[in-house]
Design a protein around this ligand. Structure first.
Ligand code: SAM
Length: 237
């Protein structure tokens, strides 16, 4: 199995506490991404949306709140992360698909019903660059003409990453001090992350160029904080 997916599977029960309290501006990035869709998707009623790399369902919950009549489908490579999402969203009928985005044909079960939007938060940065570009094409195949893509991703940049990770260390320290996570849990996450979690960070301009090459229009970075940002684009009509 892909080692990044394995890493998240092992962290599923701790993920929310870590992500919400130790990853600077995670919640804000999710709100900006989902809020952008909320403003642009018309009609909102019955909008079909895929949460790609749904994890434990944090972004999905925000989509459910903003699109109460939406048809939301979740995809993730980790059964354990999906299991947490299912429990969190048990009152809401929705499909979950366990798929590794680097495997050919991952999107086949979803092709029968084109969607209005695809949202993907902190997922695509785990794909090697060739797989990233392939997945962009796969996403376009899932969308209706005019469909919207919004992602939250980490980007390259030495100084920006240094500052962001320094801030993350402060957030982690605070989370330990306030008892949200234990020092042992944090050390475990850090050790397993360095052993298994792989990131592929590219520059914002490179990713924008890949989106345009894939055929997306109106590609823009609508929010940025040091080295994380919200990228948006549209499938032509
Ligand atoms: C940082 S979490 C983000 C989860 C969620 N989007 C959120 O906002 O909290 C990254 C997620 O991407 C998934 N993932 C990473 N690489 C993947 C791949 N190749 N195929 C499918 N899922 C993948 C992991 O299993 C994990 O749930």
């Amino acid at each position: 199995m892909n080692s990044t997916i394995e890493f998240f599977g092992g962290q599923a029960s701790l993920y929310d506490a870590y992500q919400r309290n130790c990853v600077p501006r995670y919640g804000e990035a999710v709100s900006v991404a989902a809020g952008w869709l909320d403003r642009l998707l018309i009609p909102k009623r019955g909008a079909r949306i895929i949460d790609l790399g749904c994890g434990t369902g944090n972004t999905t919950e925000e989509l459910v709140r903003l699109f109460p009549d939406g048809i939301i489908t979740c995809v993730d490579g980790s059964r354990e992360m999906i299991a947490v999402a299912r429990t969190k969203l048990e009152n809401r009928e929705m499909e979950f698909h366990c798929r590794d985005l680097t495997e050919p044909g991952w999107n086949e079960p979803l092709l029968h019903e084109p969607v209005d939007a695809v949202v993907s938060v902190f997922v695509l940065e785990h794909l090697p660059f060739d797989a990233y570009r392939k997945v962009l094409a796969d996403i376009l195949n899932l969308m209706k003409p005019g469909g919207r893509l919004v992602t939250v991703e980490g980007f390259s940049g030495d100084t920006c990453q240094e500052i962001y990770f320094e801030e993350m260390a402060l957030w982690e320290q605070r989370a330990v001090q306030s008892g949200i996570v234990t020092r042992e849990q944090l050390d475990d996450v850090k050790r397993l992350s360095s052993e298994k979690e792989v990131h592929y960070f590219a520059a914002v301009d490179d990713k924008k160029a890949w989106w345009a090459e894939a055929g997306l229009t109106d590609v823009d970075l609508i929010w940025y904080y040091y080295c994380i940002g919200v990228l948006v684009g549209r499938k032509p009509l």
